[in-house]
Design a protein around this ligand. Sequence first.
Ligand code: SF4
Ligand code: SF4
Length: 184
Amino acid sequence: MKIVKYLSKVDSEKCNGDKHCEKYCPSGAIKVVEKKAVVDEDRCVACGKCYEACGEGAVQLIERTEPITIFTDPDTVDQLEIQQLCEKAGVMPDISICPCTKTTPKEIAAAIIKGAKSPEDIVLMTGTGAGCGVYCIAIVFRMFAAADIIIEDDPRWHNMTLMADDVPESIKSEHPVYRFGELF
Ligand code: SF4
Ligand code: SF4
């Protein structure tokens, strides 16, 4: 869950249309139209990436009049489907995977079951990926793979990080000192 209290605002006088903000926005909220950046307020999750990317000082984060809550309730989908998807991805359903939003794999699973097809959808449905985007994205990628959904290459997302479960059996047996099977 993410409670979004702020909103990106562009000073069009300062904006030179170089699209640096657009390139990093995890929710597709900021786009350059006719050489000026424009923010879709409904999609902005106040991650601050556009603010960091803008070399012209054209972006500010301002307080929203009403905060918005981004959350997909796992109780609104089939619990067996959640369990099966988490099992296939090799993740525990109830453990937080995101230090920024405290999202659980079961919330990601619920978003996928409800139709999420990309990390951008996950950002908009759960808030995950709207913070650092480092730790969570490995699990998000694993869960899409478990759902047989292919994620297109996109510079906004870190590559899928390998986990202990991905180490081939041949390597595990050669290096028993690491005791891969005892990690979880
Ligand atoms: S990065 Fe800054 S200057 Fe460039 S398009 Fe975005 S708001 Fe405008
Ligand atoms: S604050 Fe984040 S979500 Fe909002 S427009 Fe900027 S990059 Fe996109």
